[in-house]
Structure formats: C-alpha cells, structure tokens
Design a protein around this ligand. Structure first.
Ligand code: SF4
Length: 192
C-alpha cells in the first residue's frame, strides 16, 4: 500500500496526531538509501543484539507500572513512562537507517488502536512494535526502577553488559555512516 493511502486509512482509525506522525516516519523509512556491505553487517548485528537483550528482559514487570499517577501524556497508562516522549526523539536518522538496513519496512510500523500518548507506538499494553523493529535506544535503555527490579532478580550485571554491548555496536554503526558527528541515541529520550 502506498504511504499516502496508508495515511488516509490511518486518519480514519487513529487520532490525527498519530496518523500524521506515522506518515512522516513511514516516509523517512521509505527514503533510506540501500546500505553498504559494512552498514548491512553492522545493522544485522544490531538486530541480533536487540533480540538477545529483549529476550533477557522478557520477564520484567516494572515497565508496566512506572507511569502510574504521572501527568499526561505519561500517565495515560500505567506503564511505559519512557515511551511518553515524541516519536522522532527515538527514531533518529541513525536509528531509522539501522532498522531499515536490518529489514524493517514501513509496513512493520503498526501502531496500537488507542489514545496517542507519547511515541506513536505506545499503547495501554506497551510498545506495539516487535522487538526487532524497535529503535536500539528503546531496547537498551534501563531506568532506575528497571535496574532495581533486575538487581532483585539477580540479572542486573548480565543485562547491563548486553545493554552496553548494544550501545557500542550502535556507535560502531553510526561511525560507518557519512554524517556529521556520532549520536548515541539518548537525545530526546525521556528518562523514567
Ligand atoms: S518505539 Fe516502542 S519502545 Fe520505543 S519509545 Fe516508542 S513505544 Fe516505546
């Protein structure tokens, strides 16, 4: 489906702000040029690491209650405080390229059917994207509450190591790209 047609349908199904932000993001994905071989390999490595770290975090519960009692938009739902910022804050140009090179297309960018409260993919049950389609920063970010839970579970050291490894891999990816100055993906990410 063409992005313009998708946008029209999204306008009927979603709040207008979500439909418009989503269309802008889909256009950015569609505009990404093909990767070099080095970029492709680095992006595939990032995807592998995102899946590994997401699997390590699959049992945590703190992400489902961190936004309780907060003002809007964070408090729209009980969980996902760190997802209550703007979509483009996490989908930087480098993140979009990393995802696109690893196979994520604009067809994979499916939002929840719910109020628009922060990132367009944030919904009442968390992120609507599969882990391999989420920005690297989303997967590797550990707020204090999550760290506390991981410490209690005896997982903190192992998860922090995976998060640091993913951070280094992302910086390596950024260094391969022809642009001014590396970004670490933290800009604009709301801290929980
Ligand atoms: S992409 Fe998903 S995990 Fe990342 S900020 Fe948006 S809702 Fe949260």
């Amino acid at each position: 489906m063409l992005i313009a047609a998708h946008h029209l349908i999204d306008r009927l199904r979603h709040p207008r702000t979500r439909a418009d932000d989503l269309a802008a993001l889909r256009r950015r994905f569609a505009a990404v040029r093909p990767p070099t071989q080095a970029e492709d390999e680095a992006a595939q490595e990032l995807r592998r690491q995102r899946l590994a770290l997401s699997a390590a975090l699959s049992e945590v519960t703190s992400c489902g209650g961190c936004a309780k009692g907060h003002p809007l938009p964070a408090g729209q739902w009980q969980g996902g405080h760190c997802c209550s910022g703007r979509t483009e804050g996490v989908f930087t140009d480098d993140e979009v390229a990393a995802l696109r090179f690893a196979g994520t297309s604009h067809f994979d960018l499916m939002p929840p059917h719910a109020a628009h409260a922060g990132c367009v993919f944030r919904g009442p049950t968390g992120c609507s994207l599969r882990p391999e389609h989420r920005p690297n920063i989303c997967v590797r970010y550990l707020c204090r509450e999550l760290e506390d839970e991981l410490r209690e579970r005896g997982q903190l050291s192992a998860v922090k190591a995976l998060s640091a490894e993913l951070g280094r891999a992302f910086k390596n990816f950024v260094r391969l790209r022809p642009q001014e100055g590396p970004e670490d993906g933290m800009d604009g990410f709301p801290l929980g």
